[in-house]
Design a protein around this ligand. Sequence first.
Ligand SMILES: NC(=O)c1ccc[n+]([C@@H]2O[C@H](COP(=O)([O-])OP(=O)(O)OC[C@H]3O[C@@H](n4cnc5c(N)ncnc54)[C@H](O)[C@@H]3O)[C@@H](O)[C@H]2O)c1
Ligand SMILES: O=C(O)C(=O)C[C@]1(C(=O)O)C=C[C@@H](O)C=C1
Length: 369
Amino acid sequence: MNDSIVGFIGFGLIGGSIARALKEINPGNTLIAFNYNINKLGNGLKEALDDKVLDHITYDLNDRFPTCDIIFLCAPVLSNITYLTNLKNMIKPDCIVTDVGSVKGNIHKTVSELGLEHQFIGGHPMAGSEKTGYQNSHSKLLENAYYILTPTEKTPQDKLHKLYEIVSEIGAIPLILEPKEHDNITAAISHVPHIIASGLVNLVKESDDTAEKMRTLAAGGFKDITRIASSSPVMWQNICLTNTESISNVLNQYIACLQDMRNALERKDEDYIYRFFDTASEYRDSIPNKSIGMMKKVFEIYLDIIDEAGAIATIATLLATNRISIKNIGIIHNREFEQGVLRIEFYEEEASVLAVELLKKYRYTVYER
Ligand SMILES: NC(=O)c1ccc[n+]([C@@H]2O[C@H](COP(=O)([O-])OP(=O)(O)OC[C@H]3O[C@@H](n4cnc5c(N)ncnc54)[C@H](O)[C@@H]3O)[C@@H](O)[C@H]2O)c1
Ligand SMILES: O=C(O)C(=O)C[C@]1(C(=O)O)C=C[C@@H](O)C=C1
């Protein structure tokens, strides 16, 4: 990527991660971020300036955005759309405007209404986290993840080529789709799963007794399927309000599937119940997970820790002071580790190798798998 002026509107987990990666691949890039309200932003922008990830921050779009070669819209999907009108009147003719939003149909509709098809290319990285904000961003967040691009019919080839290259340079895998197809796919593999996870958590919350036994006993299975229920409510509210039709269709299919299962339970239909789990297990196992093909690699280690207050904080501090970044940390319980172990996930193999060395030096028992 040649030295470019890159603007970000909205600067949280995804904007921050793209900015970090762009600065890493070419420190000659000039990165600018805008946010509408300093109070709602926390200190993310200021931190990014201090980290030298950003070169400038601004609270006025007219400031510097007219000079941008590429602009990433990285706010919730409904907010992203509101910036297109302003941008149309200020950007350079060769500026590429792209977004990272989880829904594509709605933004493309506004783009064609505004006649911005020559400059806009939709984008959606298929990676992320339940965490929000620049503080949780990482230059490797999108590495090995598919990054969907939705050009318009009028997108010039040179602009598409440039964005394709940028996506590849940050380590992601570009994949071109039609907006409608994108929205149908993501409804099934991302949007409805988030509704299911949050619905399940709400169900348990409402069913629990005053002693909160369900909350206390919630273990691996419940936690595995509901991690994403901790995601940003605003982000998911925006997604549900914009991909409504596709989400509704998939939800109807899912409701029918649950009803079929309930009927099978009432009939005590052994075959149906067995096939339900067997089919799912076989298909789930066929989805590449660890270091296979082009999918995201998982770098994780497990260690025994003493069950006392502050034990996790001690390890997190030890790793942080040695500049080892953690992607995820938490106690897990399963059949393999009946007593419970601490699972730490890293962004890079190098970080996991350094962490193992360090933790062994401090006499922790570490398991690698
Ligand atoms: N989190 C994920 O897993 C994930 C993955 C892929 C794509 N996305 C998409 O990326 C976008 C950003 O999500 P995120 O995870 O970075 O969320 P985030 O909450 O970490 O960041 C969002 C940022 O947008 C800012 N913002 C909110 N409203 C704004 C407005 N009106 N104007 C300007 N800034 C505004 C917030 O202050 C924050 O800095 C969303 O559109 C989401 O659909 C998220
Ligand atoms: O890993 C997570 O926490 C995510 O939810 C990431 C996830 C998803 O897989 O559904 C969330 C929203 C996106 O638009 C893309 C990725």
